[in-house]
Write a protein that binds this ligand. Structure first.
Ligand code: OSB
Ligand code: MG
Length: 436
């Protein structure tokens, strides 16, 4: 008896098709040996369940992989959702979450993703207006009308362009959703995720001490697994000291969003007294060198967010000891292929990763949850309950954490959430359709 197994492996061969002869190769060990030289050791499953999770043979719609998916059209929107509470970080204040929303269509399927750039280039360089032009005039016309066997086949259309990783990500992520749907699998299944729910914490914007203490109390009472305080020059030691005094044992981190420089080393060293899990992005968005100097002078781990754009950045940063923890935002790094490569490289260096957030709507939130099911996401992520951000979300499903855990959304295949078109229409500032 023989069985066709579709096994998820690393680039450049995302899927390999093996014929395992069960009569001569019945044992897992032998199966592992048989694939050892074709897949990365990082992705050799440890248990039979992991193999079965990656084995899509049972669910594979006939011809799905053989013919691939032809992208017929794209719907591109700009959506604006009011935030319940203004979100203040060292670079500015957000009162509204505005984002491009992309729906790719083809083969009767829809793939959906949201992009994470802001209206202005204050987190990283990309802007919504720039992204809309690049998506409309360059990226989307280059893939519409073409057929793709897997998300990895998008790479030749994305890789030539410098930067624009957030714009590339929204296209790549929407296609992964579509592809997972074509295989009738949850997104986490095609990514190789190993969890049904993920640990999450909260990210608290800059606010006066009393207000912050209330918010921390609330987060801790709700069972969130980590509290992250946004800090900035002049709003750092006092707030951290106050929170630590009130909650001596909680998992606590800070995020400076690039507000400090080498001259601030004494301040950063004072943070060593508060048993923080890490200090996120203290220095410039495009720096590793100075981070390495600061990391060498700190006991506390540095976590890199803004300055990690791709897998090679990650290798260089970890090699240089610019930090010991990596924040992965799939929307920042250009999509899942890159996010997974960053995940793997971090694992190879023994550096834990966690899934960051950009105040996403339910679409981006669902994507982030699926990503965070990968094995090396060992620290709580930022994907807290959508109801903390929005009165009403653009998806029909509630994405709410219980006891600091977010369940992987699973309505149907792919990202496992569906658009609430009625509400979406009322929060859409701009709509366009792109076809060949
Ligand atoms: O640095 O992680 C960040 C929000 C906007 C821009 C940057 C960041 C953040 C957050 C919020 O920390 C994370 C979230 O709650 O989605
Ligand atoms: Mg951050």
């Amino acid at each position: 008896m023989s069985l066709d197994v579709f096994f998820f492996a690393r680039r450049p061969v995302p899927w390999i098709r093996l014929t395992v002869n069960l009569s001569t190769n019945p044992k897992l060990e032998e199966f592992e040996r048989s694939i050892a030289n074709v897949v990365s050791p990082l992705f050799i499953p440890k248990t039979r369940t992991e193999i079965e999770m990656n084995d899509v043979a049972h669910n594979l719609p006939v011809g799905a992989l053989r013919h691939g998916i032809r992208i017929e059209a794209a719907e591109l929107r700009i959506v604006s959702l009011p935030l319940l509470t203004p979100f203040v970080i060292s670079t500015g204040t957000m009162t509204c979450k505005t984002f491009p929303l992309l729906v790719l269509k083809g083969e009767g399927l829809e793939g959906i993703a949201e992009a994470v750039m802001d209206p202005t280039p204050d987190y990283l360089e990309e802007t919504i207006v720039g992204a809309m032009g690049f998506l409309r005039d360059v990226l989307l016309p280059s893939i519409i009308g073409k057929r793709f066997l897997s998300p990895y086949e998008l790479e030749p259309y994305l890789a030539p362009w410098r930067g624009h990783r957030m714009s590339k990500a929204v296209v790549e992520m929407a296609f992964w959703d579509m592809w997972a749907k074509s295989l009738n699998m949850p997104l986490k299944g095609v990514l190789g995720g190993i969890r049904d729910k993920v640990d999450v914490g909260v990210s608290l914007g800059i606010a006066p001490i009393e207000k912050t203490l209330d918010r921390v109390d609330e987060a801790v009472a709700s069972g969130y697994k980590r509290t992250k305080l946004k800090i900035a020059q002049g709003h750092d030691i006092k707030i951290v000291a106050a929170v630590r005094a009130r909650h001596p044992d909680i998992k606590l981190t800070v995020d400076a969003n690039t507000d400090y420089g080498l001259v601030d080393l004494p301040t950063l060293q004072r943070l060593d007294d508060f048993n923080l899990d890490y200090i996120e992005q203290p220095l410039a968005f495009d720096d590793f060198f100075d981070h390495a100097q600061v990391q060498a002078a700190l006991k506390t781990a540095i976590c890199l967010d803004e300055s990690i754009r791709c897998a090679s950045d990650t290798r260089k940063a970890l090699e240089m000891r610019a930090g010991r923890v990596i924040n992965i935002k799939v929307g920042r790094v250009g999509g899942y292929a890159e996010a997974r490569a960053i995940h793997d490289i971090s694992a190879a260096f023994g550096a834990p990763v966690w899934c960051g957030g950009m105040l996403e709507s339910g679409i981006g939130r669902a994507h982030n949850i699926h990503l965070a099911t990968l094995a090396n996401f060992t620290k709580p992520g930022d994907t807290s309950s959508a109801s903390r951000y929005f009165k009403r979300d653009i998806v029909n499903e509630q994405l709410e954490a219980t006891h600091g855990e977010m369940s992987v959304p699973a309505i149907g295949a792919g990202i496992g959430v569906t658009l609430d078109h009625t509400y979406l229409a009322t929060v859409t500032d701009h709509f366009e359709e792109i076809r060949k």
